[in-house]
Design a binder for this molecule. Structure first.
Ligand SMILES: NC(=O)c1ccc[n+]([C@@H]2O[C@H](COP(=O)([O-])OP(=O)(O)OC[C@H]3O[C@@H](n4cnc5c(N)ncnc54)[C@H](O)[C@@H]3O)[C@@H](O)[C@H]2O)c1
Ligand SMILES: O=C(O)C[C@H](O)C(=O)O
Length: 325
């Protein structure tokens, strides 16, 4: 057995965590031979509910769980942590855009970024799930003065998985048959699910579907999927969000073997997206480091969509600029 690693989950009594914690504890994220110490953070009023989650976790008798800490203190939750999944934040309700949560949630991520900087492992990998995820990741990274901003990522993997599922359904294939999907930009209704380079069983996806379907069905369905789930369930996606978080962290920790996945990461000028925002890019991961897939051609249709989602992220940044100081 390997030495245990520490995994922090915030918002640990919430609905995403009710799926996420148990997936991580069972080994889905870091593998069947990697013990974990779970460091669960909640706000003080939610500690009794969190205690119930811990009781259930104990009742699972998971072989890989080497310890559980349940706390409302940042310094305990982030102490020496190797992987931090920042889920705790308010979800949106019907009729809201995710950026409407900036005021309510933005204030959570500065103190958490600072605590990560002060207490976490120097190699910590951070995934922000709480919405608006990209800009919250920017706030956390900016507050974490002693960590590299590249250690902070935002989740667009749920969008990536949704895009795979939509395309598989349209082409009568399985998502396993699909490679090179991309989600560019913001985890919001301006995101750009891009199948320009996508292959289905080795064939160009664009040759299998028509442009009208891409523009009037595929892209809006993926962009609006979160709202559709809220309408259907009366609550925002939870199990699928947890599953995407597991996928994101597993691929970052263990590598993608050359496979493309989408991650929200600090923009570095690639594809004309200037630094200063956290933007969804296609990446591959090797030895715990992600790299943007370079050299893709961008046509005028894609350029327009990539610029629009960049513009929205710049506006979100402007709205919380004082939190970045
Ligand atoms: N990026 C994505 O793809 C994606 C997908 C689904 C949901 N989300 C977002 O994830 C967030 C959580 O969703 P949920 O459905 O689990 O919500 P939820 O309301 O069920 O749970 C959130 C939990 O966070 C806790 N919390 C609030 N402030 C906290 C803080 N400062 N520190 C620690 N915990 C805190 C709350 O007490 C609550 O238990 C929401 O913002 C939602 O919009 C993102
Ligand atoms: O849509 C939401 O607000 C929740 C989440 O971000 C989602 O995409 O399901």
């Amino acid at each position: 057995m390997k030495k245990p690693v520490r995994v922090t989950i915030t918002g640990a009594a919430g609905q995403i965590s009710y799926s996420l914690i148990f997936r991580i504890a069972s080994g889905s994220m870091l593998g069947p031979d990697q013990p974990v110490i779970l460091q669960l953070l909640e706000i003080t009023p939610a500690l009794p509910a969190l205690n119930g989650v811990v009781m259930e976790l104990n009742d699972c008798a998971f072989p890989l769980v080497a310890g559980v800490i349940a706390t409302d203190k940042l310094e305990e939750a982030f102490d020496k942590t190797d992987y931090a999944l920042l889920v705790g934040a308010r979800p949106r309700g019907p009729g809201m855009e995710r950026k409407d949560l900036l005021t309510a949630n933005g204030g959570i991520f500065g103190p958490q970024g600072k605590a990560l900087s002060d207490y976490a492992s120097r190699d910590v990998k951070v995934l922000v799930v709480g919405n608006p995820a990209n800009t919250n990741a920017l706030i956390a990274a900016s507050a974490a003065k002693s960590l590299d901003p590249k250690q902070f990522t935002a989740m667009v993997r749920l969008d990536h998985n949704r895009a795979l599922s939509q395309l598989a359904s349209k082409t009568g294939t399985h998502s396993n048959d699909i490679e090179k999907m991309i989600i560019w930009g913001n985890h919001s209704s301006t995101q750009y699910p891009d199948i320009t380079n996508t292959l289905v069983n080795g064939k160009a996806a664009k040759g299998l579907v028509d442009q009208n379907w891409i523009e009037t069905d595929f892209i809006p369905t993926v962009q609006q999927r979160g709202a559709a789930i809220i309408k259907a369930r009366g609550a925002s996606s939870a199990a699928s969000a947890a599953s995407a978080a597991v996928d994101h962290m597993r691929d970052w920790a263990l590598g993608t073997n050359g496979k493309w996945v989408s991650m929200g990461i600090p923009s570095d000028g690639s594809y004309g997206i200037k630094p200063g925002i956290v933007y969804g890019y296609p990446v591959t991961v090797k030895d715990g480091k992600y790299e943007i897939v370079q050299g893709l051609e961008v046509d005028a249709f894609s350029r327009g969509k990539m610029d629009a989602t960049e513009q929205e992220l710049r506006e979100e940044r402007a709205a919380i600029e004082e939190l970045l100081k």
